[in-house]
Design a protein around this ligand. Structure first.
Ligand code: OSB
Ligand code: MG
Length: 368
């Protein structure tokens, strides 16, 4: 399959409400949208890097530079028999997983469309019911209680609370008092250290399904020490950027649940490898999110059909974040289940081009 041409856009999409986590507040999404053309079809992907390196070192600017100067010039005009060949081509280049993923995911969509297969089938998925939860940004305790109430009532299968030092145990006391039986998790986005051990130990008291990424983004060693001190499973997010990261985490017991984010791992090929490794270790996985719009969200939903995605993911309704999405199809949960988008092959959604044009701040074609 020859990639005849590509189009790289930057779009800006306001969030319906600010989203605050331990490392900062986001009020709008600025993201690359990549279109790959070939074989009479178009493949789409979104990039997930933030403007500032507050989640991982990669940024929107570094992603755009790598796409323009390195990755797109390496693939446009070339032929690839399958998406794994793209992963192999980019493997020598260090890091930049989010930029790599943008190209690799768009090619998966294109390749699946050329085969006439829905992406879930091309990926080897088997699940038909995708259970989802929500990730609730940091707000004061009364407002968080209201958010929990709304989403429990909507049928979401798990509530994830963002926490940070000073906004943790009191919040958990309040939420557990009102919701004793809800599947509850917390996500610290790396903001604790082992010096916080007294607080971290008390987190065992709230029957949490897991504690997501409590310690530093590049420190598996300290997670091993923390997991040894806790009954609650640790779920790793930021720490898992490659397949070897995951292998080291599992063999050292740094965590007992893995959050799979396709952007953080450089694409579906490595996401699947991480999934398969977790399956062989009997470790549950779930699909994380980066506040994606409809293209990235559709990719995530298809990935969730792989067998070991046994815990509810973060791919909740698009309307929780955006007034209007960039795809025509509505990506909305019903009673905590997200339907797989099925409008045709590939990711099964179609671009709302008029809206996309109206929010694009730059468009670059390859070849120029
Ligand atoms: O750590 O999972 C995270 C959003 C931005 C950056 C990091 C994270 C998140 C989320 C949002 O938790 C999940 C979603 O897309 O709904
Ligand atoms: Mg996380």
């Amino acid at each position: 399959l020859v990639i005849d041409s590509a189009e790289l856009r930057l779009i800006e999409l306001p969030l319906l409400q600010p989203f605050t986590i331990a490392t900062g507040t986001m009020v709008r999404k600025v993201m690359p949208i990549l279109v790959l053309r070939g074989g009479g079809h178009e493949g789409y992907a979104e990039g997930v890097a933030d403007v500032l390196p507050d989640y991982l070192p990669e940024t929107l600017a570094s992603s755009m530079m790598m796409l323009r100067d390195v990755f797109l010039p390496q693939v446009v005009g070339k032929s690839f028999a399958n998406p794994q060949e793209i992963e192999r081509l980019f493997r020598p280049w260090r890091d930049h997983q989010m930029a790599k993923a943008t190209v690799e995911m768009a090619f998966w969509d294109l390749w699946a469309k050329v085969q006439g297969l829905p992406l879930w089938q091309a990926l080897g998925g088997t699940r038909s019911e995708i259970e989802v939860g929500v990730s609730l940004g940091i707000k004061d305790i009364p407002r968080t209680l209201r958010d929990v109430e709304i989403h429990v009532q909507q049928g979401y299968r798990r509530i994830k609370l963002k926490v940070m030092p000073g906004h943790d145990l009191k919040l958990l006391d309040a939420v557990r008092a009102d919701f004793p039986d809800t599947h509850l998790t917390i996500d610290a986005n790396c903001c604790y250290t082992l010096a916080d051990m007294p607080v971290l130990r008390r987190m065992d008291d709230y029957a949490l399904d897991y504690i997501e990424q409590p310690l530093a983004w590049n420190d598996l060693h300290d997670h091993v020490r923390l997991q040894a001190a806790l009954r609650t499973p640790i779920c790793l997010d930021e720490c898992i950027r490659t397949l070897p990261d995951c292998r080291k985490a599992l063999v050292s017991d740094a965590g007992r649940v893995i959050n799979i984010k396709v952007g953080r791992l450089g694409g579906h090929t490595v996401a699947k490898q991480v999934h398969d490794l977790c399956l062989s270790h009997d470790v549950p996985v779930w699909c994380g999110g980066m506040l994606e719009a409809g293209i990235g969200r559709a990719h995530n939903i298809h990935l969730c059909t792989l067998e070991q995605f046994s815990r509810p993911g973060d791919t909740s309704s698009s309307s929780r974040y955006f007034e209007r999405d960039i795809v025509v199809e509505k990506l909305e949960t019903e009673n905590g289940l997200m339907p797989i988008p099925r409008n045709g092959a590939g990711i099964g959604v179609t671009m709302d081009w008029d809206f996309l044009d109206s929010i694009s701040t730059s468009v670059q074609a390859f070849p120029a």
